[in-house]
Design a protein around this ligand. Structure first.
Ligand SMILES: Cc1ncc(COP(=O)(O)O)c(C=O)c1O
Length: 160
């Protein structure tokens, strides 16, 4: 999730169903570094772009610089609906790092021939993390975009 529009588009169809909903935000280089955009994990309630929501902000309420390997995820806020769903506990918000994202990008490309956008690969990374502990359950991943746009970037980063 960046601002969360792709995720909320899928979540609204399942909010009243007996299913677990998980939103995955970018942990970048790690939640213990300043280089992430993990608004839900490390943000606090504030106002950004006219909306009250969770915000990564400084003491004066100014948005902090954010970072993710996926350029579409570097946003210091999150939609108000997600903020409410976090407070109500209906959605479980988790994060995935840059390296987990790259590993998921490669895994889905190699095993299924589906190249996910780096943004979407964060969700794939989370699914890969939890799937081994799950039995008899189905996982639906929101592949919000295709990764053709990211191939050159990933190839350069990995010296491929
Ligand atoms: C493919 C893709 N998925 C997800 C996002 C994240 O945006 P949002 O969380 O607002 O859906 C972006 C943003 O550019 C994107 O390009």
């Amino acid at each position: 999730m960046g601002g969360g529009s792709n995720a909320i588009g899928l979540f609204t169809a399942f909010l009243n169903d007996d299913v677990e909903l998980v939103g995955v935000e970018p942990a970048g280089l790690g939640l213990d570094t300043p280089d992430h955009a993990a608004t839900m994990a490390l943000g606090s309630p504030g106002v950004l772009h006219g909306m009250r929501c969770y915000v990564l902000q400084d003491d004066a309420g100014e948005p902090l610089p954010v970072y993710s390997i996926a350029s579409g995820l570097d946003y210091p806020g999150i939609g108000p609906q997600h903020s409410h769903l976090k407070d109500s506990g209906r959605v479980n918000y988790q994060s995935a790092t840059d390296s987990e994202c790259i590993a998921a990008f490669l895994a889905l490309s190699r095993t299924e021939g589906i190249i996910p956008a780096l943004e979407s690969a964060h969700a794939v990374a989370y699914a890969m993390r939890v799937a081994p502990q799950m039995t008899g359950k189905r996982i639906l991943i929101n592949l919000s975009g295709r990764g053709d746009k990211d191939i050159d970037f990933v190839a350069e980063k990995l010296n491929l």
